[in-house]
Design a protein around this ligand. Structure first.
Ligand code: AHR
Length: 307
């Protein structure tokens, strides 16, 4: 078969499918499952050869996967970095091998922006701000302190860092809004439940729970109910993602407000990969458009929610 040279410098035989190596964070949440499905289905639809690897929430596994993609000389590498730091060495290895890298969902904190082509995903700081804004509006006339507990996502991950800082930035304008406890629940239901149990033990007057994702909020709801309290009423709950189970809890009034984080990044990723091998120039940042849902709004769209 005739050989063609694409823009990455790789020798590609004409007619061969684009080979995409993708390293996923893990399967820690409903959001992640929807994200994986979107990537796998979109790759299939595009006719790409997808090499998919699950890192089980461990950076070392992701680094191994990226090195294996480099060895296999894939056309494009994409990954959703479990944490923000510590990627420069392996990204440099990919660059030296002439393999372009796309970040999806989560960013890295590398100073050298030439180590990846683009970052496709949400603005997590903005998500945190939206959560904080809703809370500030709810308690704008508060005369007493409002005690907030926070369930953070995976320590060191971009969504945990950014959702925390965006929220803190907005609530800072009201001195009555106080975060009295903040701990990681690792984005999982089990951890969310466990940490909420501990919060309830050591904090008598919790008014609000801010969970960095729906799964932790759903775990926390179990702990709140087991403590004889009504989620959404005795303790107001804000979360992020808007996956089906979260929207179900919101429509039942157990979650008061959800900030959407869109996991359906597959089509944008396939388009970006194709553009790269076609030699087109991409924007360095592709932001996903997202919305928010109150309990009432969740009720309205629940039946049509796909994930
Ligand atoms: O990076 C996106 C976050 O990761 C989602 O909000 C969370 O549910 C997932 O695990």
């Amino acid at each position: 078969a005739a050989a063609e040279t694409d823009t990455t410098g790789n020798d590609k035989e004409a007619g061969k499918p684009l080979v995409l190596g993708f390293s996923q964070v893990g399967a820690e949440s409903g959001w992640r499952s929807a994200n994986t499905k979107s990537i796998q289905e979109s790759a299939k639809e595009a006719g790409y050869d997808l090499k998919f690897s699950d890192a089980q929430q461990k950076q070392e596994n992701q680094i191994k996967a990226l090195r294996s993609f480099i060895q296999q000389k894939v056309d494009v590498i994409a990954f959703s970095p479990v944490v923000e730091s510590g990627w420069d060495t392996v990204l440099k290895e990919a660059k030296d091998a002439g393999i372009p890298v796309v970040l999806t969902d989560r960013a890295v904190d590398s100073k050298d922006k030439s180590l990846y082509v683009t970052f496709i995903g949400s603005d997590f700081v903005e998500e945190g701000r939206k959560a904080g804004q809703w809370l500030s509006d709810q308690y704008k006339d508060a005369a007493e302190d409002v005690n907030i507990v926070e369930l953070q996502g995976t320590t060191g991950s971009a969504p945990a860092n950014d959702r925390k800082s965006g929220f803190a930035e907005v609530i800072a304008s009201n001195p009555h809004l106080k975060v009295v406890a903040s701990q990681t629940g690792d984005f999982t239901r089990a951890k969310g439940k466990e940490v909420m149990q501990a919060f309830l033990k050591s904090n008598k007057n919790i008014d609000v729970l801010y969970a960095h994702n729906d799964d932790m909020a759903l775990g926390a709801i179990q702990a709140i109910e087991a403590a004889g309290l009504k989620p959404g009423v005795d303790i107001k709950i804000i979360s992020v993602d808007a996956v089906k189970d979260g929207m179900q809890a919101a429509s039942e009034g157990k979650i008061n407000f959800i900030v959407e984080c869109n996991p359906l990044l597959g089509p944008q990723l396939m388009e970006a990969a194709q553009s790269i091998v076609d030699g087109k120039t991409l924007e360095p940042r592709i932001v996903t458009i997202e919305s928010t849902f109150t309990s009432e709004q969740a009720k309205e769209v629940l039946a049509s929610r796909q994930y």
